[in-house]
Structure formats: structure tokens, C-alpha cells
Design a protein around this ligand. Structure first.
Ligand SMILES: CSCC[C@H](NC=O)C(=O)O
Ligand SMILES: [Zn+2]
Ligand SMILES: [Zn+2]
Length: 425
């Protein structure tokens, strides 16, 4: 069915946002914030641009509620996107081309996560024009730098005075597309450990056989790492565990050898060899056992191996507990979210652990409940991939889902224990 004029307008606004090149490492944040401030004005929202770091604007929008003392709702999204290889796309990544035949909107950020940022705003437009007024303050944030760790975005924001004044009770952030009809919802995520292991050994003639060369040392470690990786991956392949529940280890780079202007020296065994690892740790992992495995098996000093962490996020929050948001009947926020998705015709899937990392970790770290959710069903998972797309109908359906979520979460349930504690409703 062809979209109504308001649907067509919503789609063209989505395309306009997608056309702004906010790809790392040089996102056009100024253009994105200028566009989003126009959208905020059209949606009747108060807007403030915070520059916690120069050149890294964080846009903070507010929809005042009738009872501002209630814990507020924060709808978060990031404005930056990952780079792409345009020549490998069927449609240029910032063309935001709507393929009429398929109904797909192709663009970098169409899934991750410009769709969500615009769906928040479109849902609020519709709620306001329907005369809805929230009980709680509703905040919408567009933060920078999520794709490079959020260190100058969400991580700074959660310790700012502006954030403290917001009295946030619940955060929604990004999820993942679902190839099934059930939407995916995330209540935790895996913590990134980025690790380098360096092997040293005696150099030697390429024809000489001897033990303990740097390459042999490193290969022994990589073989042990690969066996561990396989053991974890087999748990996923067998269906015994979800991807977010195992420890993943992937090889990010290898570095060794003596370069020359035309290649590498072929008859000199190098005295050093290095591997980079991207490790993701679920909240349930036995961290001490993994650290022991690293020291004793993967990088034992007895084999002239050393290691260095480039990033080592804890699986615990600031209170020493696993950074997890309960997604069951003990958490009234979860029950409301589930009810809101269902009442808008959506099917929430079984709550999962997000396999990668998002800015949600910074909110959970300070003890706030945060769910990862992107309303994309019947959609292949294409974040960070070539030909990332979102079907226009899925996009429009997602606006309706957020209308229901915002209406449900923003309305105070009389009798709830809102005023006594932030964790409760
Ligand atoms: C760990 S900081 C980088 C965050 C990035 N987020 C999504 O892809 C990720 O690699 O998971
Ligand atoms: Zn993202
Ligand atoms: Zn991403």
C-alpha cells in the first residue's frame, strides 16, 4: 500500500537524516545537529546542545511532563555511523535511495541507528498532535561517538550535571534487527576486551629449524585461542547458548616480518610477532578464570610472551554487580515495555544479551535500567555491513511501536511507588 502523505513525509525526513554523512572518523555532527534541531522544533520539543567536548555536540531534547518530579524516560540514540566501502554497495551509502520495487531504503545508518532516532521524533509528533501529554518528563538524546566507544559522548554525559538534573528512571537505547517477526530486546551486553599479545624469539635464517622462534611462540598461543574460540562457538552452533551468552574471541590483526619497499624479507625469521584480539565477555563469565587462561595459556611469560589491554570494560556496574537490567516480572519497567510493544501489534522476543557493545553500558554502569530495542522485524542483520537497508514499512511500523511505548512508559500508574525510588515505577 502506498504510504499516506504523513507517512511519505516521515520517510523523506528519515532519508534526509540518512543523507548527512556522520561516518567515523570525521562525522558531520554540525549538519546532523542542525537538522535534528529543526525536527525538534517541528515536534515542539525544547532543545539544548551540550558540548562536553568541543566538536562533539550532544543534542538534548525535552518534552516536559505534567509531573516533573517523577523519574523521567530517556530515549537515546547515537548520530555517528561506521565507515563504508561505497564501491561495494548497490546504492551509495549516503544516497538513502528508496528502491521502489522492494520498498527498501538503502543507507549507512538505516539500521544502526538513525532509524531509531527519527522514529522517536516521529512518534512524539504523532502523540502531540493527538493531544497526548506525558506525566513524566521525556528526554531524547542524540549522542556522538558511540561507534568509537562513546568516551566523549555517553560516557561523559552520564557524569554531567545536566544528566543528574534529568532524574532518569529508565533508558531505551539501540537493539538489533530481527530476521524473524519477533522484535529483539536486550537487557545486558557483552563487555569488550581489546588485547594484543606479543611474542619475542631469536631471529634466524629462514632455512634454520630451532625451537622458540617468535612466530612459533605466537602460533602456539593462537592455536590455544582458536581451540577456546571453537569451544564457545560450538555452544552457539548447538543451540545450547545464545551468542550473547558465550565469550567470543576474534583475531583482529597479525603483525610480523621485516618489510621492504617491495614486500617482506623471505629468509629471515622475525624476532617479534603480534596478534590483536577482540574479546567479548558476557556478564555471566568467570572473569578470573579467563584472566588465568590468558596468563597461563595464551600469553605465558615463560614462552617470551607479553600482553597489553587496549580496552578492558568490566562486566560489573559501579556497585560491583553484573550490569544487567532485569527483564522479568520483578521489573515493572519491563512489564510496561512488553505490554506497549504487544498493544501496538509487535511481538517482543525472549530478552537477550547484546553480543556487542552500546552506549547502554554507561547507563547500566551507574545502576539505571536500560533496554536495547530497535523495532526492525523480518529484517536481515546488516549493521556495519554493505547494503545496509530498512524496509519503509518496517520503519513506519516502528513509529507506531514507539508511540505505544512512549504513551505507556510516560503515563504514571496511580498507586505505583514512583516517588519513593528511581528503580521502581
Ligand atoms: C567497544 S567500543 C565500540 C562499540 C561498538 N559498537 C557497536 O558496534 C562495538 O564494537 O561493539
Ligand atoms: Zn549503533
Ligand atoms: Zn554500530
Amino acid at each position: 500500500a502506498s504510504p499516506s502523505s504523513s507517512d511519505a513525509d516521515a520517510i523523506s525526513r528519515f532519508q534526509e537524516y540518512l543523507r548527512i554523512d556522520t561516518a567515523q572518523p570525521a562525522p558531520d555532527y554540525a549538519a546532523a545537529v542542525a537538522f535534528l534541531r529543526e525536527q525538534a522544533a517541528a515536534a515542539g520539543l525544547e532543545a539544548r546542545t551540550l558540548e562536553l567536548v568541543a566538536g562533539k555536540p550532544l543534542l538534548l531534547l525535552r518534552w516536559p511532563g505534567r509531573r516533573p518530579s517523577l523519574p523521567s524516560i530517556l530515549l537515546n540514540s547515537h548520530t555517528d555511523v561506521v565507515p563504508s566501502e561505497p564501491h561495494k554497495w548497490d546504492h551509495l551509502p549516503f544516497s538513502a535511495a528508496l528502491d521502489e520495487a522492494s520498498g527498501r531504503i538503502y543507507a549507512r545508518g538505516s539500521q544502526d541507528m538513525k532509524c531509531v532516532g527519527m522514529q522517536y521524533l516521529e512518534a512524539i509528533r504523532r502523540l502531540r498532535s493527538a493531544g497526548f501529554v506525558p506525566d513524566r518528563n521525556i528526554y531524547i538524546t542524540f549522542v556522538p561517538d558511540e561507534e568509537i566507544g562513546g568516551h566523549q559522548g555517553a560516557e561523559l554525559f552520564v557524569s554531567s550535571k545536566e544528566f543528574k538534573e534529568m532524574n532518569v528512571g529508565l533508558v531505551l537505547d539501540e537493539g538489533l534487527a530481527s530476521p524473524q517477526e519477533e522484535y529483539r530486546v536486550f537487557y545486558a551486553e557483552r563487555s569488550p576486551w581489546w588485547l594484543t599479545i606479543k611474542a619475542k624469539g631469536a631471529p634466524g635464517h629462514g632455512a634454520k629449524l630451532y625451537d622458540g622462534s617468535a612466530m612459533e611462540n605466537l602460533m602456539k598461543s593462537m592455536e590455544a585461542i582458536r581451540r577456546f574460540r571453537t569451544s564457545q562457538f560450538d555452544l552457539v552452533k548447538s543451540g545450547e547458548k545464545a551468542e550473547g551468552d558465550v565469550v567470543s574471541v576474534n583475531f583482529a590483526y597479525l603483525k610480523a616480518g621485516t618489510p621492504t619497499p617491495t614486500g617482506f624479507v623471505m629468509n629471515l625469521q622475525p624476532s617479534e610477532a603480534e596478534v590483536g584480539l577482540d574479546i567479548r565477555i558476557p556478564p555471566s563469565a568467570h572473569v578470573e578464570a579467563l584472566e588465568r587462561r590468558l596468563v597461563e595459556e595464551w600469553a605465558p611469560s615463560s614462552r617470551n610472551l607479553t600482553f597489553e589491554f587496549k580496552q578492558k570494560m568490566s562486566v560489573l556496574d559501579n556497585f560491583g554487580k553484573p550490569a544487567i537490567t532485569p527483564a522479568d516480572s520483578t521489573n515493572p519497567w519491563w512489564l510496561l515495555l512488553e505490554e506497549a510493544v504487544k498493544s501496538a501489534g509487535g511481538k517482543p522476543g525472549k530478552p537477550e544479551i547484546f553480543p556487542a557493545s552500546t552506549d547502554a553500558r554507561y547507563f547500566r554502569k551507574i545502576g539505571l535500567p536500560a533496554f536495547g530495542f530497535s523495532p526492525m522485524a523480518n529484517t536481515p542483520i546488516l549493521l556495519h555491513d554493505h547494503n545496509e537497508f530498512l524496509h519503509k514499512d518496517e520503519y513506519l511500523k516502528g513509529i507506531g511501536i514507539y508511540e505505544s511505548i512512549i504513551r505507556t512508559l510516560a503515563t504514571h500508574k496511580d498507586g505505583a511507588k514512583d516517588d519513593e525510588s528511581r528503580a521502581e515505577l
